[in-house]
Design a protein around this ligand. Structure first.
Ligand code: ADP
Ligand code: ADP
Length: 232
């Protein structure tokens, strides 16, 4: 589903050039829950942002569902991004919009007719278990509920890939488990491929099928979780 080939990302700053991703290649199969784990500053955020071209790679290829994203025009890229949902540590919900309106937002941008949007939003509220919160505002929700809205919004355009940037790092352990269980359900129900960056080993052990360890901009180890980490 995702092939990353010899990806390099450099940032220029006054201090000089930082190599945030140094020649990384990865192959992520359809239906995987692929964890990318590493310390702060290792390059996780940069890597996951290269997967939907929120960051433009310096060189290399990012192939998602057969399309090399680095070769697309802006218009083609907007289209391709509908196939790649993303959720964030701090949720990034629109505070002035209700839960239902937040979930509808990507559909409005995609030009989906109002009637279809309303049907789709109902399905999504049901999927994430927030039917009773549709008219609430983000400020009225718990962290776990906010992330459920984030997940529903990310899935609105029916993507095949969901990118998770430290999606549970702002949540307590109990809520983390409930969000991970929801992501696992969605992975199984919809066959969605999930890429999850985290600094927490317990997240990887809880739900990932595969894992890559990133250290100082390079992948130092990767494979099925049980072969990379010896079970206790
Ligand atoms: P992680 O997500 O693992 O904490 P990041 O991808 O955020 O790592 O950062 C990797 C390296 O790239 C760090 O040294 C960070 O300071 C640097 N970096 C990240 N984003 C930028 C940016 N926009 N400009 C300059 N340097 C950046
Ligand atoms: P996170 O909580 O995801 O690790 P950060 O605080 O590391 O977030 O980064 C927030 C934003 O700042 C990101 O968009 C990242 O690319 C950017 N960033 C990170 N490090 C640097 C840096 N050294 N210089 C400029 N921008 C950076």
């Amino acid at each position: 589903m995702i092939q990353i080939n010899q990806l390099v990302k450099k940032y220029s700053s006054r201090q000089g050039t930082i190599i945030a991703i140094d020649n990384v290649s990865l192959n992520i199969l359809q239906g995987a829950i692929y964890g990318i784990i590493g310390l702060s500053g290792a390059g996780k955020s940069t890597l996951v942002r290269c997967l939907n071209l929120l960051e433009k790679p310096t060189s290399g290829q990012v192939v998602v569902a057969g399309q090399d994203l680095t070769k697309l025009s802006n218009r083609e890229l907007r289209q391709a991004r509908q196939n790649i949902g993303m959720i964030f540590q701090h949720f990034y919900l629109l505070q002035s919009r209700t839960v239902a309106e937040n979930i509808a937002f990507p559909l409005e941008i995609a030009g989906v007719p109002k009637k279809e949007i309303s049907i789709r939003v109902k399905e999504l509220l049901h999927l994430v278990g927030l039917e009773d919160k549709s008219s609430a505002y983000p400020a009225q929700l718990s962290g776990g509920q906010k992330q459920r809205v984030g997940i529903a919004r990310a899935l609105a355009t029916k993507p095949q890939v969901l990118l998770c940037d430290e999606a549970t790092s702002a949540l307590d352990p109990q809520t983390t488990l409930s969000i991970l269980n929801l992501l696992r359900d969605i992975n199984q129900k919809l066959g969605l491929t999930i890429v999850m960056i985290t600094h927490e080993m317990k997240v990887v052990k809880e739900i990932c099928t595969d894992v890559a360890v990133i250290h100082e901009a390079r992948i130092v180890e990767n494979g099925p979780v049980e072969s990379v980490f010896i079970k206790p």
